[in-house]
Unconditional design. Structure first.
Length: 152
């Protein structure tokens, strides 16, 4: 079961998908803050950053994408966990922004509400963080130290 009341920042430029994800998480006892893109997410993070434990972001956003958003947020607070979602691109795009992403930190759209809830719980319980993956300089999947790994 989740740690009731934890704050999650949910970012998606598709209003219906944003509401569905936020409603799912609220139904699981989380406090879900909604943002429609990079700029609104950064404004919310500036206001609530100390209480946000997880960023759930679509990778494809207008303007700066979800990878850039995660990088900016992790620069401000490296303890924030990250879960990327996307129906258009895979997590490998984040490698171009210096963020290798493991399978744990990516959920392909479309997904069921129960899948989102389970993945959020798994990410929050995992000791693995995006920041750790970047700092250690190892790929998110595959062999440690093999920076040329093309992904599984």
């Amino acid at each position: 079961m989740n740690r009731y009341g934890e704050t999650i920042l949910v970012v998606d430029d598709e209003g219906d998908e944003l509401r569905a994800m936020a409603d799912t998480l609220a139904g699981q006892g989380y406090s879900a803050l909604k943002a429609t893109g990079y700029d609104s997410a950064m404004r919310i993070f500036e206001q609530y950053g100390g209480s946000i434990v997880l960023l759930v972001s679509d990778i494809s956003l207008p303007g700066k994408n979800g990878c850039e958003l995660a990088k900016a947020i992790l620069k401000l607070n490296s303890a924030v966990k990250v879960l990327f979602v996307s129906g258009h691109v895979g997590a490998e795009v984040c490698k171009f922004y210096g963020i290798p992403v493991s399978d744990l930190h990516f959920l392909q759209k479309p997904f069921q509400p129960a899948e989102l809830a389970a993945r959020v719980e798994a990410v929050l319980r995992s000791p693995e963080t995006i920041e750790t993956l970047v700092v250690n300089g190892r790929p998110a999947v595959g062999k440690t130290g093999d920076d040329s790994h093309a992904g599984k």
